[in-house]
Design a binder for this molecule. Structure first.
Ligand SMILES: Nc1nc2c(ncn2[C@@H]2O[C@H](COP(=O)(O)OP(=O)(O)O)[C@@H](O)[C@H]2O)c(=O)[nH]1
Ligand SMILES: [Mg+2]
Length: 378
């Protein structure tokens, strides 16, 4: 769906005890809207703050019809609040931004324009070149990298799938089966929303100067459950981006099986019929099975990515070989460790080795050899 004219923008701000920030935040958003000529509204979704946040917003709203507040009383939570904002918003484009100035409101017009020019979702990314995070302690960075890494298993094309700063067409979420829980609402949207194109804009995350963060450790376990739930429901629903990653994994596995057939078949044929010494046959068989796998993965598993490839086929072929060599070492390493130190029967240990090497091969090839990417605006 292409948005034409001057589509209305709804800016959703989830808040909990943000009296130190919310007034300034709304003021700066209103002046940005005015200066850029964007037709917009501001929708604060508050979880019954007790610090005066609600009163501040109500006062602004009294003299400003484009500012509204929803005060939630049940089921508190950041994601739940944002989703409630999605349904209450009147705009064609919805944008989510924190109240604490961690996300620069000055980027709102850029995000809006990205969606107007065709992206279903525009993500403000901390991990894209040009973006970053300021003033975060090491522990917080590590937690964030872990969360991002887990999310990228599901949506590899987005560098910051857990960003709290994003804009989207209303149709992405209007009848999507979202199950908002916890903190990472964007991942929920990417995992279960209806979208085709995503674009990312780099930004630098500034840690809040006023008020305090509400992130707690318990949110991490909730998050892990969310990732697993999205992965599994994609398999059941058989649609969407996460499902296409499952398909890739399955295709990659089938190609791997075909490689075993090529490998074993050639080993036998070259030794029995061409009269080669079996180790020489093995070397030829291994290389040809790697070529078999490369070609099939290139033409089939990652075919949709070929169109936007970063690397020439010769580089892809080279990377595929290096990763395969790494996979072989991993297979042997796991076999050795589990057998020698785990006391596990070597045939079973080898199965574990194959599985680990398979995942290694899949993820490294997906992110390096067939590295795709979303169109960037800048
Ligand atoms: N409605 C609502 N907003 C929340 C909740 N927790 C945090 N927020 C808001 O979500 C945004 C990000 O929260 P913050 O605590 O700054 O998280 P951090 O930036 O990851 O440390 C801020 O605007 C908060 O006011 C919540 O439970 N409900
Ligand atoms: Mg914050």
């Amino acid at each position: 769906m292409l948005l034409t004219g001057n589509p209305k923008l709804s800016i959703i701000i989830p808040t909990f005890n943000e009296s130190a920030n919310i007034g300034r935040m709304i003021d700066s958003i209103l002046s940005i809207l005015r200066n850029s000529g964007i037709h917009g509204e501001v929708l604060v979704v508050d979880d019954s703050s007790r610090d005066g946040t609600i009163r501040i917003v109500q006062e602004i709203a009294a003299s400003n019809p484009e500012v509204r507040i929803i005060v939630r009383e049940d089921d508190p939570g950041l994601s739940q609040s944002v989703v409630e904002g999605f349904s209450a918003a009147k705009g064609d484009i919805l944008l989510v931004i924190d109240a604490d100035f961690s996300h620069p409101p000055s980027m709102i017009p850029e995000m809006y324009n990205a969606v107007c020019s065709g992206a279903d979702i525009a993500v403000g990314s901390r991990y894209l070149k040009g973006g970053g995070i300021e003033d975060w302690p090491l522990k917080r960075r590590i937690i964030s990298l872990g969360a991002t890494g887990m999310a990228r298993i599901l949506v590899p094309e987005v560098t910051d799938p857990v960003s709290g700063f994003f804009a989207l067409k209303r149709s992405v979420v209007s009848d999507a089966p979202l199950r908002p829980r916890g903190y990472k609402i964007l991942l929920e949207v990417l995992g279960r929303g209806r979208w085709v194109t995503v674009t990312e804009l780099p930004f630098t995350f500034h840690d809040r100067e006023a008020g305090e963060s509400k992130l707690r450790m318990s949110t991490m376990t909730e998050y892990a459950a969310q990732v697993i739930s999205i992965a599994l429901s994609a398999l059941v629903s058989r649609t969407g981006h996460v499902y296409s990653e499952w398909m890739r994994l399955i295709k990659f596995g089938l190609v791997g099986l075909s490689g075993i057939v090529v490998n074993m078949g050639l080993l036998y044929l070259l030794t029995e019929y061409a009269g080669l010494y079996y180790l020489v046959s093995a070397v030829v068989a291994i290389e040809l099975s790697i070529l078999n796998n490369f070609i099939l993965n290139d033409l089939w598993t990652f075919s949709s990515r070929r169109l936007i490839h970063r690397y020439s086929w010769i580089k892809r072929l080279f990377a595929f070989h290096i990763i395969a060599a790494g996979g072989l070492l991993i297979n042997l390493g796991v076999l050795y460790l589990l057998t020698e130190f785990g006391g596990i029967y070597y045939m079973v240990a080898n199965l574990a080795g194959i599985l680990v090497a398979f995942l290694w091969n899949f993820f490294l090839n997906r992110h390096l050899t067939w590295k795709g990417g979303v169109p960037r605006l800048n």
